[in-house]
Write a protein that binds this ligand. Structure first.
Ligand code: SAH
Ligand code: SF4
Ligand code: F3S
Length: 484
């Protein structure tokens, strides 16, 4: 394994083909110099530590990016606060996946205006997927003059340089071009999930599902090198992390760009070989690239959680084709059948879109029949949201929102029944879970391998340990239990 680490790590790249995929060491040094300059500037201005408020919208990929943003802020001398009123710097890492997500961000940016009027030196930063859209960054430039920095999904590693420009010259900075989509290794990471950690393995998406904005705002697929991933996984394990989630929009195409001669199934096996008591999770798998080889690796690797998040989006072949998903209902169900044959206890979850343009009630009913057939553990369900610039945005969409909402409710009711049956069947069984803190006094939580939450009485000192918990009662979505 050490040969992989030596050969396939961004640290060892000096040029050649790989240069176009990774930020070079000299550019990283330049940012570290900016980091020092910001730190000096801040300490002369503030004396003590200035405070930053960081809020993240969207998926785990964004949460993982925010951990790197916070890592950089920490290095520049900031500490963190949970209230924007208290902050010297407010940063929103935004999501563009649905209109509702964007509206929330704009509402919250509007709410910062009176706060900034009271604290004129406060720095406001907007970044992430939403900012990678031209019409949004232009709107911010014109209508939100109190925002100091806007950067897209490709410029996170240049935060020190941007902050230095604002602090030293008072200039607004907009950095949203897509030309630079290289991976920045070696950024400091500020993790605050205790014994759990996100571990990104790839960025971007090449799939262009017709409804989805992600490929436009996150660029093309690019993978981290296996050596860097394994090194990070080993570090996490040695720091006491016991639950690692590998992240990517389409983890099954890991290792293709650049070609690292290690595919996702092989990567899983390598991580599984790292000594230690920990769980490996991953998301998201695209059904068109989910291979039997991967399912076999899942079944054989004892540390890999027996949970597959495999978004189907729709049960109708007509809609799947309009969505450009590149698989049929039958192919999807075959995959599920194979996975269940190797892992009878497998927990399967999915994402569903209701009311795609042109979807009829008959199409929708096929989705309902599919979810009954698969018997998912849980679903993330969404009503279709029109995204400017995508293929689906140009399609006829005659069904009114009120009708789609009725279908949505029908879907949720059906899933609720399936979930209740599953949780009820778990009563009396014992599961090994990683103890996590819970908001309720004297209660801890844990997740089964299948990602179902069990709440149980226990002392806070047990958090971060694997415990055996017997299920005593089932609610629809979660379980109650007691320590064995
Ligand atoms: N890469 C992942 C999903 C990323 S986005 C995958 O392919 O499965 C997470 C989910 O948001 C998607 O699975 C989809 O169900 C939903 N989604 C994406 N675009 C949407 C849109 N325009 N309207 C409604 N839901 C959407
Ligand atoms: Fe969006 Fe499809 Fe890519 Fe997932 S696979 S991020 S749904 S385009
Ligand atoms: Fe949203 Fe960007 Fe993730 S659009 S869902 S934060 S990749």
């Amino acid at each position: 394994m050490d040969t992989l680490i030596d050969k396939f790590s961004a640290e060892n790249i000096s040029g050649g083909e790989l240069k176009k995929y990774f930020i070079m060491p000299q550019e990283r040094t330049a940012q570290e110099e900016f980091c020092d300059k910001v730190r000096t500037l801040l300490s002369s201005r503030f004396g003590g530590s200035p405070k930053a408020f960081v809020h993240t919208y969207g998926c785990q990929g964004n949460v993982s990016d925010s951990e790197k943003i916070k890592g950089q802020l920490l290095k520049m001398g900031y500490t963190f606060t949970s209230s924007p009123e208290d902050a010297d710097l407010v940063l929103f890492n935004t999501c563009a996946v649905r209109e509702h997500a964007e509206d929330r961000v704009l509402g919250n940016v509007g709410a910062l205006k009176p706060i900034k009027e009271k604290n004129r030196d406060m720095i406001i930063i907007l970044c992430g997927c939403m900012m990678q859209q031209k019409h949004i960054s232009e709107r911010i430039k014109k209508s939100y003059p109190y925002v100091n920095i806007v950067f897209g999904t490709f410029a996170m590693h240049r935060l020190p340089e941007m902050l230095y420009t604002v602090l030293s010259r008072g200039k607004r900075v907009f950095l949203t071009e897509e030309s630079d989509s290289r991976i920045a290794e070696g950024l400091p990471v500020c993790r605050d999930r205790g014994a759990k950690a996100w571990l990104p393995i790839m960025y971007g998406c090449n799939n262009f599902c017709s409804y989805c904005i992600v490929p436009y705002v996150r660029g093309r697929e690019r993978s981290r090198l296996p050596g860097d991933i394994i090194k990070e996984a080993k570090e996490l394990v040695s720091q006491g992390v016991k639950d690692i989630t590998l992240l990517g929009q389409n983890v099954n195409s890991y290792g293709k760009n650049p070609d690292c001669s290690v595919n996702f199934a092989a990567l899983l096996r390598e991580i599984n070989n790292i000594p230690g008591d920990f769980i490996i999770r991953f998301m998201t798998s695209h059904p068109k690239d989910c291979t039997r080889e991967l399912i076999e690796a899942m079944a054989q690797c004892e540390k890999v959680a027996k949970h597959l998040h495999l978004p189907v989006q729709s049960g109708s072949d007509r809609i799947l084709s309009l969505m450009n998903r590149k698989y049929t209902r039958e192919e999807y169900l075959d995959l599920i059948k194979y996975a269940k044959s190797l892992m009878p206890e497998l927990s399967i979850t999915s994402d569903i879109i209701v009311g795609f343009p042109g979807e009829t009630y008959e199409d929708f009913k096929e989705t309902v029949s599919l979810i009954k057939e698969v018997e998912y553990t849980s679903l993330f369900t969404f009503i279709y949201s029109r995204r400017e610039g995508t293929k689906a945005a140009e399609m006829e969409d005659p069904v009114p929102y009120s009708e789609k909402s009725k279908w949505f409710k029908e879907l949720c009711d059906t899933q609720e029944e399936i979930a209740s049956k599953r949780t009820a069947s778990m009563v009396g069984k014992t599961y090994r879970v990683l103890a996590e803190p819970n908001e309720k006094e004297g209660i801890l939580s844990g997740r089964t391998q299948g990602n179902i939450i069990i709440e149980f009485p226990g002392d806070e000192s047990l958090t971060g340990q694997f415990l055996n918990v017997r299920v005593t009662k089932a609610l629809t979505w979660i379980l109650c239990g007691e320590l064995c």
